[in-house]
Design a binder for this molecule. Structure first.
Ligand SMILES: [Zn+2]
Length: 131
C-alpha cells in the first residue's frame, strides 16, 4: 500500500511526540482512560493528527466505557483504510488513515444502532477541530 502522504520515520518524529509516533506510526495502543479525547464532548470534526484528513464527526461519538474515544460511524469520505489484523491471537479489523497510513485503532461490530459498529480509536491519533 502506498499512501498519498509518505514520510520517513525521521520526518514523522520531528512532527510528533514520542507517544504519538509510537501509536500512529508503529501501531501501539494508548492505555485506556488516558487519552485526551476519551471523555471529550466538544462538537467538531476529528482529523488525522498526522495529515489532517477528516475522519470522524463528534455527532457519531459515544461513550463506550472502553476508555478510548469511540464512534459508531466514520465520515463518508473514504479516508479510512481497513486491514485485517491477526496480532495477539485475535482477528480484528485495524483502521488506518488512508491518506498517510497512520494507525488509528480498530473497528468492532458490537456498537450501537444504527450501524452496530464501534470504532475504537486512540486519542493520540486524532486532532479535534472544534466547530
Ligand atoms: Zn492521515
Amino acid at each position: 500500500m502506498t499512501y498519498k502522504i509518505s514520510k520517513t520515520d525521521d520526518d514523522w518524529k520531528k512532527q510528533l511526540t514520542t507517544n504519538q509516533f509510537k501509536i500512529c506510526r508503529k501501531k501501539d495502543t494508548e492505555r485506556p482512560f488516558t487519552g485526551i479525547y476519551n471523555d471529550c464532548k466538544e462538537k467538531g470534526t476529528y482529523n488525522c493528527l498526522c495529515c489532517d484528513a477528516e475522519l470522524f464527526s463528534s455527532d457519531t461519538k459515544f461513550d463506550s466505557g472502553s476508555g478510548w474515544p469511540s464512534f459508531f460511524k466514520s465520515l463518508d469520505n473514504e479516508n479510512i483504510e481497513y486491514v485485517k489484523d491477526t496480532s495477539y491471537g485475535m482477528e480484528r479489523i485495524e483502521v488506518n488513515c488512508k491518506q498517510c497510513g497512520s494507525h488509528l485503532g480498530h473497528v468492532f461490530d458490537d456498537g450501537p444502532q444504527p450501524t452496530n459498529q464501534r470504532y475504537c480509536i486512540n486519542s493520540a491519533s486524532l486532532d479535534l477541530k472544534k466547530s
